[in-house]
Design a protein around this ligand. Structure first.
Ligand code: SF4
Ligand code: SF4
Length: 123
């Protein structure tokens, strides 16, 4: 239920999505924007509109939590923290976004990167 999702996001993040006035500053400053399916300010808009598809947006998992958007947002909406909240809500449902058994050449990856992706994408 979308209103439940919005309330959970508010409860976990402590942020008010309705303060966003769609200036686009977060998207303009996000280093991961070129790799996202929709831009951070558009994700916030989907949430505001109560669109249930927001939980399936890939951008939420592409976000690297650099928090540049947090610094730039003039309304303190903070998309990075909101994305973290949506990831947490998804992981709590037991939905992992990475399948380790399907990954190849794991030994070539820096261990810090493996730990970081594990923390972010698995429950
Ligand atoms: S925290 Fe995420 S959404 Fe915000 S600027 Fe960094 S990568 Fe982009
Ligand atoms: S910078 Fe803040 S107010 Fe502007 S679009 Fe992004 S979340 Fe909304």
């Amino acid at each position: 239920m979308v209103s439940e999702l919005i309330e959970k996001v508010r409860s976990i993040s402590g942020k008010n999505i309705y303060s966003c006035y769609q200036c686009g500053m977060c998207s303009a400053s996000c280093p991961m924007a070129p790799f996202m399916d929709i831009l951070p300010h558009q994700v916030i808009r989907l949430l505001q509109l109560g669109n249930p598809d927001v939980v399936n947006v890939k951008s939420i998992w592409v976000c690297v939590s650099c928090m540049t958007c947090t610094d730039r947002c003039p309304r303190k909406v903070d998309p990075g923290t909101i994305f973290e909240a949506i990831r947490l809500i998804t992981l709590r449902k037991g939905i992992d976004r990475i399948k380790y058994r399907e990954l190849k050449d794991l030994h070539k990856a820096p261990s810090m990167a493996l730990i970081a992706v594990s923390r972010k994408m698995t429950g």
